[in-house]
Design a protein around this ligand. Structure first.
Ligand code: DLL
Length: 439
């Protein structure tokens, strides 16, 4: 552990620390006098001492992405711009950027959170971290970069894209840790295999930190067999800090430990905003207790996961979140049945012949919306087994209760992305089909 005193803190000490920090956060937001201060006053909180226990949390106001957009670019900062040293953000699903400011202390905190994640993946001084997250406004590249430096590992700032150069770097530098999106891990793994680098034959990767986009347990199995490493999930979002909000550990690789000493975590019913019990999927809500420039109270992420508290073999006492199963806004409704893209992924990738590159096309041209799963076969899988598409459609119907048209497309039809986040779902609203040959 990078910060064992914090990561393995006894529950009662952690609760006391969180309460103290929640009060400090409330005090800073009230003093800043912005929209959150008004909402706090409306909720009867005029002084930080009005927050007496963590159980007060559900009566405190929430913050949304719309609040950030409305205050774009710096309106929700609670320190002067002269104290901010960086901005980062996300191009976001809706195309509008969300910008987030950092003070020097925020950057230091972020580096420590990413160092925790890297340490949870077994990285240490002497490790070589190949960082293929994109460098720039996106938080992935610079977040892991600073985390690796903080940890004392050697970071290779490969950034995204230029895959052949990445293959060369990996062949020559022999990194033990890989950090990139799960979809790029597949891309890189295929390129490494083409170059003759396979697990046990020139590849010394031991662990990977993969996040920034949803990926199922079945996808994990693909990444692990292609790259011969332990594939760990890492989660975060710019609004809260970037990557390093939560990460799986090498010991269990089963659920992500949330750094809840800095990011107080709740799961709420997406429709009503009321807390759901541990173990029940809900929308994740974070309060960034110790952020300086842009501290957020009860920020609604839109991400769906469940929380659980249990002993972990790694010794961390931090609450665990499940993998993200979907986003509040990416649920597909097919003839009245709700389904998340990641559920479709889980079912289709359980079939070994299917490649992890796929695209779900939501055909909304006519009344009864139609979901088409455009799949490809594994490069070495040979010809499609007769009836494969029909089998998969039947499995989707049995397991998810949803009717999906399954199409096996010719190799190379589904677009691969070299940089940024994989696009897994497109809407077909009219005109040409989103993929050639689809009808
Ligand atoms: O994606 C931060 C990050 C970078 C996380 C590198 C992990 C690794 P944003 O660009 O602001 O920040 O996008 C945040 O991405 O609300 C989720 O919907 C999604 N997301 C992030 N990590 C995961 C994950 C970064 N492990 C949004 N699983 C979040 C599923 C994820 N979705």
């Amino acid at each position: 552990m990078y910060e064992p005193d914090a990561e393995a803190m006894p529950a009662d000490e952690l609760t006391a620390l969180q309460l103290e920090r929640l009060r400090s956060l409330t005090g800073r937001l009230l003093a800043a006098g912005g929209q959150t201060a008004t909402r706090l006053a409306d909720a009867g909180v005029r002084d930080s001492r009005d927050v007496t226990a963590l159980t007060d949390l559900p009566r405190l106001p929430m913050t949304t992405k719309d609040d950030l957009w409305g205050a774009y670019p710096f309106g929700m900062n609670v320190v002067p711009l002269s104290e901010c040293v960086a901005v980062h953000g996300s191009s976001g699903t809706g195309g509008r950027p969300t910008l987030v400011s950092y003070t020097r202390a925020d950057l230091a905190l972020w580096a420590r959170m990413c160092a925790r994640a890297l340490a949870a993946a077994g990285a240490a001084p002497g490790s070589i971290v190949h960082n293929a997250y994109g460098y720039g406004l996106f938080t992935g590249g610079l977040g892991f970069h600073q985390g690796a430096v903080e940890l004392g590992a050697t970071v290779v700032p490969a950034s995204g894209g230029m895959t052949q150069r990445q293959v060369t770097l990996i062949r020559e530098l022999r990194p033990d840790v890989l950090a990139c999106t799960p979809s790029y891990a597949i891309r890189l793994g295929e390129a490494l295999a083409d170059a003759g680098l396979r697990p046990g034959n020139g590849l010394g990767l031991r662990a990977g930190l993969f996040g920034a986009e949803p990926w199922s347990g079945e996808f994990r199995a693909r990444v692990e067999s292609l790259l011969g490493l332990r594939a760990l999930d890492v989660y975060g979002l710019s609004e809260v800090i970037g990557p390093g909000v939560a990460c799986e550990c090498l010991a269990a690789a089963d659920g992500l430990h949330v750094n809840e000493d800095h990011f107080l975590t709740e799961a709420v019913d997406p429709a009503t905003g009321t807390p759901v019990p541990d173990g029940t999927p809900g929308e994740l809500v974070f309060s960034s207790l110790t952020r300086q420039a842009l501290p957020l109270l009860r920020y609604r992420t839109g991400d769906i996961a469940s929380l659980r508290r249990e002993d972990c073999p790694c010794g961390r006492t931090l609450v665990k979140m499940s993998k993200i199963t979907g986003r509040r806004d990416d649920m597909l409704v097919v003839r009245g049945v709700n389904v998340y893209p990641s559920e479709v992924e889980r079912v289709v990738l359980a079939e070994p012949a299917v490649s992890p590159d796929y695209l779900l096309v939501m055909d909304v041209r006519a009344e009864g919306r139609r979901l088409v799963a455009c799949l490809e076969l594994q490069p070495e899988g040979g010809a499609a087994r007769a009836g494969l598409a029909a089998d998969l459609a039947a499995r989707l119907r049995t397991e998810l209760g949803v009717g999906v048209d399954v199409r096996i497309m010719p190799p190379g039809t589904v677009p691969r992305s070299e940089v940024g986040k994989a696009v897994r779902v497109v809407q077909w609203t009219g005109g040409d089909p989103p993929l050639p040959g689809l009808e």
